[in-house]
Design a protein around this ligand. Structure first.
Ligand SMILES: NC(=O)c1ccc[n+]([C@@H]2O[C@H](COP(=O)([O-])OP(=O)(O)OC[C@H]3O[C@@H](n4cnc5c(N)ncnc54)[C@H](OP(=O)(O)O)[C@@H]3O)[C@@H](O)[C@H]2O)c1
Length: 338
């Protein structure tokens, strides 16, 4: 990276607004001379939350590169429509879908089984599904829907698909976090703390921080020759999710928000570019590794102990999903062919 590119990037990071808005995307794209994406015909990707926003743009971007794309959605109509949109926008028909609610571990388990029955190896797994949930919604004792859908569901899907990921040419797991992670210190107990009033944005930011911690642990556990794990944040992106959860922010920032394609750029790059195969466990924004902390008080005393504890905590909570088939009507994954 040239001196001027480094200087521009440092100034952008310090400004936050410049970094997260479309200004950051445009400047970095220009000064870093971003290469076009690498086509990967024959490669296979699973993308969660592909019905709108960044996930839809990611799935479309991967389909354009020749990936077989398997999308995971929770609503039949929306997921079917998304598939049609991806096929139309990419002129690539090899797009299939399965229904699963990422907060419902039985349906995640069934979706993983569908994927392994559908492909003999998996190159890319993108954990994108996510939202800010305004009220505390428990899916099991001590586990709210934010933790279930953005931490436990992805944990289970990764674990169930890890053999399939390891079978191909260096599988890649990419998790879409959020810049909100910089506001939180990782504390395992806070994920299930129900003692005080619920603040959806704070719980979301805690989970987004936990995704970074968990990615480091996946990177430690995987053989990097077989599977690498990345976590990225997309900046501020004009999506239905952002407009619904932060309408005032979306209105004020309107012209400065990134497009969904811009928000998805680093996901598609991590899924397809050669340099992203040689690194594991890192946090990314705009095709570059980023520091995990913006302020000293979010730093952990013992990051390795945190990541090991989080992994064990997730493993203990997803264990029941492995016990036998899901009961009827509990969000069983449906098997859909084009
Ligand atoms: N937009 C931003 O500025 C921004 C910034 C930082 C991070 N992010 C992250 O980017 C990711 C995508 O968000 P977005 O802005 O593109 O929002 P979006 O347009 O609302 O898309 C969210 C996707 O996640 C799916 N989803 C949510 N909960 C789910 C669940 N329990 N099971 C299955 N699917 C579920 C949604 O499916 P339905 O269609 O069924 O609702 C939808 O496909 C999220 O992880 C978000 O945290 C976004």
């Amino acid at each position: 990276m040239s001196y001027s590119a480094r200087l521009a990037d440092t100034a952008l990071e310090a400004s936050v607004v410049g970094s997260f808005s479309r200004v950051g995307y445009e400047i970095r794209r220009h000064v870093d001379h971003w290469e076009p994406f690498t086509p990967r015909p024959g490669a296979t990707a699973v993308v969660t939350g592909a019905t709108s926003g960044i996930g839809l743009a990611t799935a479309t971007g991967l389909a354009r590169l020749g990936f077989t794309v398997l999308i995971v959605g929770r609503d039949d109509g929306r997921t079917r429509r998304a598939r049609e949109m991806i096929v139309a926008a990419s002129a690539h028909r090899d797009v299939d879908y399965v229904l699963a609610d990422m907060a419902d571990l039985a349906s995640v388990h069934a979706a993983a089984a569908w994927v392994t029955s559908r492909v003999d190896h998996l190159d890319v797994l993108v954990h994108n599904a996510g939202a800010i949930t305004p009220t505390r919604t428990l899916v099991s004792p001590g586990v709210d829907v934010t933790v279930a859908s953005q931490l436990l569901g992805p944990f289970l899907l990764t674990r169930e698909l890890s053999d399939t990921l390891a079978r191909g040419d260096t599988g890649r797991v990419v998790t879409v976090s959020s810049g909100g992670l910089y506001t939180q210190r990782f504390t395992l107990g806070a994920l299930e703390d129900q003692s005080g009033p619920y603040d959806g944005a704070t719980q979301y930011a805690r989970v987004k921080r936990a995704q970074v911690v968990l990615t480091r642990e996946w990177a430690r556990r995987f053989d990097p020759a077989q599977v690498v794990a990345h976590v990225m944040h997309p900046g501020w992106v004009d999506t239905p999710g952002l407009r619904a959860s932060l309408p005032g922010f979306a209105r004020v920032m309107g012209p400065w928000l990134r497009t969904p394609d811009q928000g998805a750029d680093t996901v598609v790059w991590l899924a397809s570019a050669a340099p992203a195969r040689a690194v594991s466990g890192a946090l990314w924004l705009d095709r570059r590794r980023r520091h995990e902390h913006a302020v000293p008080w979010t730093r952990s005393i013992d990051p390795l102990a945190d990541q090991a504890a989080l992994w064990e905590w997730c493993a203990a909570r997803v264990a029941p999903a492995r016990r036998g088939p899901p009961s009827p009507g509990s969000g069983v994954a449906r098997f859909v062919s084009p």
